[in-house]
Design a binder for this molecule. Structure first.
Ligand SMILES: [Zn+2]
Ligand SMILES: [Zn+2]
Length: 324
């Protein structure tokens, strides 16, 4: 990688395919809303917790919707739609698309397009959110982490998503769900408000449900996903010698529910389960297996022992070749 292209990756100016200024302005305003609104929700939750405490309903709404939302993003947006790691019943596909959309990380075709660009150009020019630093030093590392986590959304994004998501453009069900994206975000905010209001029989309960099950949940799911982009390309172990900076980082296990085995994922992007050892817990993979056992998912792609052994042998011979 040339110094210039490294700098381009780190600063996010990765593509010659620049969008018109008006679209870039619109994209940046939307990114501000997506990032800042959930943060305001966290501040409101802190105020509510201080003034009236936190109810069991608030916490249950947060926990249940968080897990459903992460499954929507990691199982749906990522493993199913981006990598086609398994096939599923249309109702499951629809629910996964809706659950992923409710995390306010963009409509399904956008998310898949960005993610396929990430795999197509990982840590090289054209990767929308690589944290790879342009130069050594703590400041450069921090800038890289910021870019991979949030900053990339404010930079020009590739404009030719149609080419990247042609399979989904031809999928009538998913394309329709994609177009109704704002509705799914709104539903994700209003559903906990309605449940909180009904259970508490008060507007105060509705507000609390909206804040905890809605905004705080969106905040946590967003940062859980973005942490995989930033932290799992910066800190952790690399059992596979992939041509990128991807790492496994078990510290993100509880937030990512299995997405934290990111080096495993980059070594075998098309598989439905990231748990290559018994101790690599992968709740998202367990959920896919549960869908399979229920007859709701099939044709799971998995990394066989033979594939893992072949890959390990190839990595070992590569490193021997480099050291001799
Ligand atoms: Zn990655
Ligand atoms: Zn992926």
């Amino acid at each position: 990688m040339t110094q210039r292209s490294e700098a381009a990756v780190a600063t996010g100016t990765t593509s010659a395919r620049q969008p018109p200024l008006q679209i870039l302005r619109w994209q940046r305003n939307l990114a501000r809303l997506i990032v800042i609104a959930p943060m305001l929700g966290v501040a409101a939750a802190a105020y509510l917790a201080y003034t009236r405490g936190v109810t069991t309903v608030d916490l249950v709404l947060l926990l249940v919707l968080y897990v459903a939302n992460v499954f929507g993003v990691e199982v749906g947006y990522h493993r199913h739609f981006s990598h086609r790691a398994f096939k599923a019943h249309p109702a499951v596909r629809a629910l996964l698309a809706i659950a992923g959309s409710a995390s306010a990380q963009g409509p399904v075709l956008f998310w898949v397009g960005v993610h396929r660009e990430h795999h197509g150009h990982t840590d090289r020019e054209g990767d929308p959110h690589s944290p790879r630093a342009a130069s050594p030093g703590a400041l450069a590392v921090m800038r890289g982490l910021w870019h991979a986590h949030i900053g990339w959304m404010f930079q020009p994004l590739p404009q030719d998503f149609g080419r990247k998501v042609a399979d989904l453009l031809g999928d009538r069900l998913i394309f329709r769900l994609h177009r109704y994206y704002p509705l799914w975000v709104a539903l994700g905010l209003l559903l906990p408000a309605a449940i909180g209001g009904v259970l508490a029989q008060s507007w105060e309960g509705a507000l609390s449900g909206f804040v905890w099950g809605g905004l705080v949940r969106v905040f946590l799911v967003q940062h859980a996903t973005w942490s995989v982009n930033s932290i799992c390309h910066s800190f952790g172990s690399r059992p596979f010698d992939t041509a990128d900076t991807s790492t496994n980082n078990p510290l993100l296990l509880l937030t990512s529910l299995g997405g934290c085995w990111h080096n495993n994922h980059h070594a075998f992007p098309a598989v439905a389960r990231n748990d290559f050892h018994w101790w690599q817990l992968d709740p998202c993979g367990w959920f896919v297996r549960l869908l399979q056992l229920s007859g709701l998912a099939w044709d799971l792609r998995v990394a066989s022992d033979r594939m893992l052994a072949t890959r390990a042998a190839s990595d070992a011979s590569d490193s021997q070749g480099e050291s001799s």
